[in-house]
Ligand binder design. Structure first.
Ligand SMILES: [Zn+2]
Length: 91
């Protein structure tokens, strides 16, 4: 499973869109989900993730550059579409 960082408190957790074990934050909006997906070992190495976690703990939320954000949102929408297709087929 994916190693991820909570976008609210910087705690390490498993899976980008799971609830944080510490603060229970759950990414809901597209922006939050894109940021949550970005802050996983899928996109960054452990050292960078640790730095991001550190900034969040210090009250400085990470900022995605628009290029990265756009790429992730695109992946997010593709994933959503695939998921909906599966759900429709399952019905
Ligand atoms: Zn948290």
């Amino acid at each position: 499973m994916t190693a991820a960082i909570c976008i609210k408190c910087g705690e390490f957790k498993l899976g980008a869109w799971t609830a944080c074990p510490k603060c229970r934050a759950l990414p809901r909006t597209e922006d939050e989900r894109a940021l949550a997906l970005a802050m996983t070992d899928h996109y960054f190495n452990p050292e960078t993730l640790e730095q991001m976690a550190q900034s969040i703990r210090e009250g400085r939320p990470p900022h995605l550059d628009s290029e990265t954000r756009e790429r992730i949102v695109r992946e997010l929408r593709t994933a959503d579409k695939t998921m909906r297709k599966w759900q429709q087929q399952a019905q």
